[in-house]
Design a binder for this molecule. Sequence first.
Ligand SMILES: Nc1ncnc2c1ncn2[C@@H]1O[C@H](COP(=O)(O)OP(=O)(O)OP(=O)(O)O)[C@@H](O)[C@H]1O
Ligand SMILES: [Mg+2]
Length: 342
Amino acid sequence: MEPPVIVGVSKEIVKINDLIKHVSDTGLNVVITGETGVGKEVVAQNLYQNSPRKNKPFVKVNCAALPEGLLESELYGYERGAFTGADQKKRGKFELANGGVLFLDEIGDMPISLQSKLLHVLQSGEYAPLGSEKELTTDTWLITATNHDLEKEIKKKLFREDLYYRLNIIRIHISPLRKRPEDIQPLIDYYIDIYTSKFDNKHLLRPEKRIFDKLLAYSWPGNVRELQNVLKRVLVLGNWDEIIDELIFDEAAGDIKSDALPFSPDTAASSAFNYSEPPDLESFSLKDIRKQALDKVEKEAISYVLEKTGWNRSKAARILKISYKTLLYKISDLNIRPPVSP
Ligand SMILES: Nc1ncnc2c1ncn2[C@@H]1O[C@H](COP(=O)(O)OP(=O)(O)OP(=O)(O)O)[C@@H](O)[C@H]1O
Ligand SMILES: [Mg+2]
């Protein structure tokens, strides 16, 4: 299979394509960083398909989409009877990816407790499935991606510094589309060709200059994925003007700044642990308190952005800089509901 093309003429994209050629056969750990939709997964695919591991599996795990316990068993697998409900043995992603690539997406969202286990695997090349005494060895090329600033997370003690240095041997940063506007034209040309050959009864209009200038001025919070969606909508509606009007609205919604939030993460977090109720010391656990606090802050922030965007979830995901899938997961996990209309 041919790797997906990384389209672009900007210095950054040329450099990234070049770097991929140099890194692919080294098997050195890579961290790919950048906002949502910039092409982190495409870069991971390119690293894999240019590498000697290309005929072995490429296994992807989204660390943000699974709660802690599930993520651990997903990665390392378990023996039958390891916990209630484990009625048969399950192979973990490390085992499935053996010889190939394990792509850990949204690594910045991996709970700190699992970070220690991952560090151990990186140091020793060994791990034990849950409920097993026997260590398995693993030969996987670890490629990770995140849209968080891991250095900031380290300062906040949310990401282990030692793990960071293990993962971050090669860093590939993909800058947002608004910082490399010269890539917009080649991306439009590339996707117009793809979409018109896919839907052959449709004709996609190339944007005239007046429209193109607006596309250049737009901030593209959802980056290349958003550009693809715009092109698909133009294809369906058959004109650019309507879509361009929507973009301007998007941009206004993209201006929500965290310092303008009508709630304070501090207050939300501290109210998660309420001293007025005497804590039951038997069931007291810092882990639970942390989870409750985080859930509370996240719930408020997500609800706020959903409300501001009129429950437009793809727009909300772009503003929150998380993937659409992660947002859907969080909406259901945190039990966030749209306001009931009277
Ligand atoms: N330079 C590029 N050339 C061609 N297609 C691209 C490029 N960058 C991104 N894309 C396309 O844009 C879409 C989004 O890319 P991708 O899924 O790799 O983004 P991501 O950075 O992993 O986003 P997220 O953080 O939301 O997971 C994909 O369909 C991908 O093929
Ligand atoms: Mg991705």
